[in-house]
Design a protein around this ligand. Structure first.
Ligand code: ZN
Ligand code: ZN
Length: 346
């Protein structure tokens, strides 16, 4: 008869201690909180244990990868392992695992939980076949000005979000590659797997930025008996942006929020507002941007006029208020142009 060296109990021992002492505070198996399940967007195969394999259902693949991701300590031998899968949403699957192990002759049962996350990927074979496959190019350009890196980033982020959302439902939608234009007027080319989604994106950009879109199509191939076109969408962001000061038909205007059809302009002299279409505004010249506006301290505010400290000369100056102009706070925004100073309407 043997004794537990820890508590003195009589009976069989494991590493010189009884069963209760041996198991106390120990776990013999573990799994990560999250396990990524990669699925090829083209052939729908799953990456499990460094191989691409077919599964009838996502649940089946989630079960296999979860079991494959369980780690057990060196002395434990897995006797039995089962998993149950519950879809939390389209991309996340809760997996509960029951595991029975033999540890030095002792049978140990444990439970594990993880979340398997479905991720889009491209398998090696498909990336070879389809690596350069694209049905549309979104060309982001500007009209008569240099695009700032940040502006291009904004547009690319927006496209990325749209593609991400769409690819959750349709795995055939993905970005093949993105080329940034270096030098010149800047911009980017986004290569997309789907021409119909290219159209959706270019329309969205037209709405969001007041961009002008031109498309050209070329026959690419035939898929299931129908013609597939490769479409290039030239998306030209307007020269002006929200908050710019423009010269248009010999008057100076502040550009308001962009709409699909056009933009609302505020006359810098009179404060009157007027809507123009983007087509009308093709001739508009940007003469100032938001970062060119200066703060001026208000000295006196009356019905029709406001006295301010000129931000450059620091001399008091009186300005006639445009229509509906109101002083809010201790400073006003002004714009200096050709020795003149203008109040920026709110
Ligand atoms: Zn003991
Ligand atoms: Zn594949």
């Amino acid at each position: 008869m043997s004794f537990c060296v820890k508590c003195g109990a009589e009976g069989p021992v494991f590493d010189s201690v009884c069963e209760a002492c041996f198991l106390e505070g120990k776990r013999f198996s573990r799994i990560a909180d999250h396990v990524n399940l990669l699925q090829c967007v083209h052939c729908k195969e799953y990456a499990i244990d460094n191989k691409w394999i077919i599964h009838e259902t996502i649940e089946g693949a989630a079960e296999e990868i979860a079991i494959d991701s369980v780690e057990v300590v060196k002395d434990a031998k897995v006797e039995e392992i089962t998993a149950s899968v519950l879809a939390a949403d389209q991309a996340n699957y809760r997996v509960h695992i029951d595991i029975t192990m033999n540890v030095k002759g002792l049978i140990v049962e444990e439970e594990l939980d993880t979340i398997v996350r479905l991720k889009n990927s491209v398998c090696g074979r498909c990336s070879k076949i389809k690596g350069s496959y694209f049905e549309s190019i979104i060309q982001i350009r500007s009209r008569e000005r240099k695009l700032k890196e940040k502006e291009v980033d904004d547009v690319l982020d927006r496209i990325d979000r749209m593609v991400c959302e769409a690819s959750a439902d349709n795995r055939d939608i993905f970005v093949t590659k993105v080329d940034r234009m270096v030098g010149g007027a800047g911009g980017a080319d986004v290569y997309l797997s789907s021409n119909s989604f290219g159209k959706i994106i270019s329309r969205d950009l037209a709405d969001q930025y007041g961009a002008e879109v031109k498309d050209t199509a070329k026959l690419l191939t035939q898929k299931e008996g129908r013609d597939v076109y490769r479409v290039t969408y030239l998306v030209r962001l307007p020269a002006y942006r929200f908050g710019d000061v423009i010269m248009f038909r010999k008057k100076m205007y502040l550009v308001g929020p962009m709409r699909t059809s056009g933009s609302r302009l505020t006359d810098m002299k009179t404060g009157e507002t007027i809507n123009y279409s983007h087509i009308d505004l093709t001739d508009a010249k940007v003469i100032g941007q938001r970062e060119d506006m200066k703060d001026a301290i208000v000295l006196m505010d009356s019905n029709r006029e406001v006295q301010i400290l000129h931000p450059v000369s620091m001399k008091p100056i009186e300005l006639r208020k445009p229509n509906k102009f109101e002083v809010k706070g201790e400073t006003v925004k002004v714009f200096l142009h050709e020795d003149e100073i203008y109040l920026i309407p709110k």
